[in-house]
Design a protein around this ligand. Structure first.
Ligand code: IPM
Ligand code: MN
Length: 367
């Protein structure tokens, strides 16, 4: 029987609760598809930091590097200054493990969960590829004359040819792969006639960020001929936000930089029903990848059995898919779809009609 070692960081607030349900569902999938999951828990997070002063020891990064997959619940603790845990755990792992892709699928499972009147599951089904190692997130920049009336704060966006290209390549590959066998519905007849089956939209700000997005744009154009089945498209990031709401069916796969990706994926999350359901992967295709629900640690709901574990469960499904257990990954998502459509009243915390544990049980049973 195949077996996999997976590191688990439950983290802060409701993180450990939703993690428990995600592992429960992954276990159900492992039983059904006959493989074994060995979970390796780590206690990094706010509690440990408050007790020991340690956020993430260097040795832990080296240990985590050896796993192919890591499950992360949530980071963020009300007694810890914002930034310490986010930068010290989440961003540090994304950067040091070179998880250069942030993969965020957006799919509406049921019309009532979408705030956009008249849009249904056939309209909301796209993926955002967010560059995850560069841009405004590198910490490049600094202060001049800090604390004086003349102070200057610089925060620089770092865009390397290598970093941009590997992200674009991942996006083109995914766009091609996602539509193998069944062309994307949004394509016009002339595109279909030209042999296109998928669409990749670069979302940027070429009209203002004329260095950063000039590089992105040129690299995008240079790669496109290698992907004859992928129709390329460009949208400014502000327009992307508008179209997510007005015409989400225009999108298939979207690629963008780190900061814009952070922002548009919160908007994307709400049109699929919110942070209760939205999951993401921090992917290093050759290394240790990390999967997480998109929402934070929601500390006010801690220990009440009311938080929605479906986002964490979907992150578990993505993790199984990444390990190569594609059938198990699909089974997890299908079980979530079934439970959403037949049982769950609302995706919001405390309004599901079931508790956190019960929702985990329902999904595990549906597998
Ligand atoms: C996300 C989060 C993080 C980010 C925070 C917690 C640092 O918002 O994963 O989208 O900005 O990337
Ligand atoms: Mn975010």
């Amino acid at each position: 029987m195949k077996s996999y070692n997976v590191a688990v960081i439950g983290g802060d607030g409701t993180g450990p609760e939703v993690t428990r349900e995600a592992l429960k569902v992954c276990e159900a999938a492992a039983r059904k598809f006959e493989f074994k999951l060995n979970w390796h828990p780590y206690d990094f997070g706010g509690e440990r930091y408050l007790k020991t002063g340690e956020v993430l020891p260097d040795s832990a990064v080296e240990e985590l590097r050896k796993f192919k997959a890591i499950f992360l619940g949530a980071v963020g603790h009300p007694q810890v200054k914002p930034g310490i845990l986010e930068k010290g755990i989440l961003l540090r792992l994304r950067f040091e493990l070179e998880q250069y892709i942030n993969l965020r699928p957006v799919k509406l499972y049921r019309a009532v969960d979408c705030p956009l009147k008249d849009k249904g599951p056939e309209h909301v089904d796209f993926v955002v590829i967010r560059e995850n190692n560069e841009g405004l997130y590198t910490g490049a920049g600094g202060f001049l004359f800090k604390g004086t009336p003349h102070e200057v704060a610089l925060q620089e966006s770092v865009n390397t040819r290598r970093g941009v290209e590997r992200c674009l390549k991942y996006a083109f590959d995914l766009a091609r792969k996602r539509r193998e066998g069944k062309p994307w519905k949004g394509l016009q007849p002339e595109h279909l006639k030209a042999g296109k089956t998928a669409q990749l939209t670069l979302s940027g700000k070429t009209n203002v960020l004329t260095y950063a997005f000039d590089l992105w744009w040129r690299a995008f154009q240079e790669l496109a001929p290698n992907y004859p089945t992928v129709k390329t498209d460009y949208a400014h990031v502000d327009a992307t936000c508008m179209w997510f709401v007005k015409n989400p069916e225009w999108f298939d796969v979207i690629v963008t930089d780190n900061m814009f990706g952070d922002i548009i994926t919160d908007l994307a999350a709400i049109i699929q029903g919110g942070l209760g359901i939205a999951a993401g992967g921090n992917i290093n295709p050759e290394g240790a990848s990390m999967f997480e629900p998109m929402g934070g640690s929601a500390p006010k709901y801690t220990g009440q059995n009311v938080i929605n574990p479906l986002a964490a469960i979907n992150a578990g499904g993505m993790l199984l898919d990444f390990l190569g257990e594609t059938k198990a990954g699909a089974a997890v998502e299908n079980a979530v779809i079934e439970v959403v459509n037949t049982r769950i009243k609302s995706l919001a915390a405390g309004k599901m009609g079931y508790g956190t544990r019960e929702v985990g049980d329902l999904v595990a049973a549906a597998i």
